[in-house]
Write a protein that binds this ligand. Structure first.
Ligand code: PGA
Length: 258
């Protein structure tokens, strides 16, 4: 495997945090810290819908890209409370998190809706960060590969090899999210390598080699370098640690130096 074949992406997932003034302050703190990553790795902040316009304005002309945390699959219509892919692209949003385990767990997201959202995002020109990962008991039962393999196949159904150039996959073991329990670098590498092997079967080796696969789940300033040193871990989707500029920057610098 050759890491030079793909771009490292460090993306913050702010979840339901930060008002507009708080978002502005955080991004203004992050921007100068990560400026040296320009041209080396991609730095993304995925923020609540209400912060998108502010975030885009604050980061304009910088190397910090902005993402949303979800998108609906229909183009428009009677879907109260939902946001379409066209609404996001019109704002200037580039990335969107899809199928986060919190959406799957609390909001009834299924592999079918993750797939529909992924296709809608791609067709509108967004770059989806598709999240997959096993529950604790699925790991205990030894079915991590079955679970993650099934998610990858279902979530990316009907996506073409050409479209895969714009897809990012985030491997996030559910038991590691927000718990302080990080997968060991070897555990994370094993599943990320398995995801790449699955993509090679679904598409071809060159397509699989070019896909950025992130690890997510309690990645922080202390453990990032070790995780990012693994050959199949091409970045991180960072929750808690993305809400502090200094911590987020340590992770970005680990990817820059990795
Ligand atoms: P965490 O969240 O870093 O707080 O564990 C990661 C995520 O949910 O994407």
């Amino acid at each position: 495997m050759n890491k030079n074949l793909r771009k490292a992406i460090i993306a913050g997932n702010w979840k339901m945090n930060k008002t507009r003034p708080e978002a502005k302050a955080l991004l203004e703190a992050i921007k100068p810290l990560v400026a040296n990553a320009d041209g080396k790795i991609e730095v993304v902040a995925c923020v609540p819908f209400t912060n998108l316009e502010t975030a885009l304005a604050v980061t304009e002309g910088s190397n910090v890209k902005i993402g949303a945390e979800n998108v609906h699959f229909e183009k428009s219509g009677a879907f109260t409370g939902e946001i379409s892919a066209d609404m996001l692209t019109e704002l200037g949003v580039e990335y969107v998190v899809i199928g986060h385990s919190e959406r799957r767990q609390y909001f009834g997201e299924t592999d079918e809706t993750v797939n529909k959202r992924t296709l809608a995002a791609l067709n509108a020109g967004l770059k989806p960060i598709v999240c997959v990962g096993e529950l604790k008991w699925e790991r205990v039962c030894g079915i991590t590969e079955e679970v993650v393999g099934k998610q990858v196949k279902l979530d990316l159904y009907d996506v073409t090899a050409e479209q895969m150039k714009n897809v990012v996959i985030a491997y996030e073991p559910v038991w590691a999210i927000g718990t302080g329990l990080t997968a060991t670098p070897d555990q994370a590498e094993e599943v990320c390598a398995f995801i790449r092997a699955t993509l090679a079967k679904m598409f071809d080796q060159a397509t699989a080699d070019a896909v950025t696969i992130q690890y997510g789940g309690s990645m922080n300033a202390k453990n990032a370098a070790e995780l990012l040193a693994k050959p199949n871990i091409d970045g991180g989707l960072i929750g808690g640690a993305s809400l502090k500029a200094e911590d987020f920057n340590v992770i970005v610098q680990a990817a820059v130096n990795g």
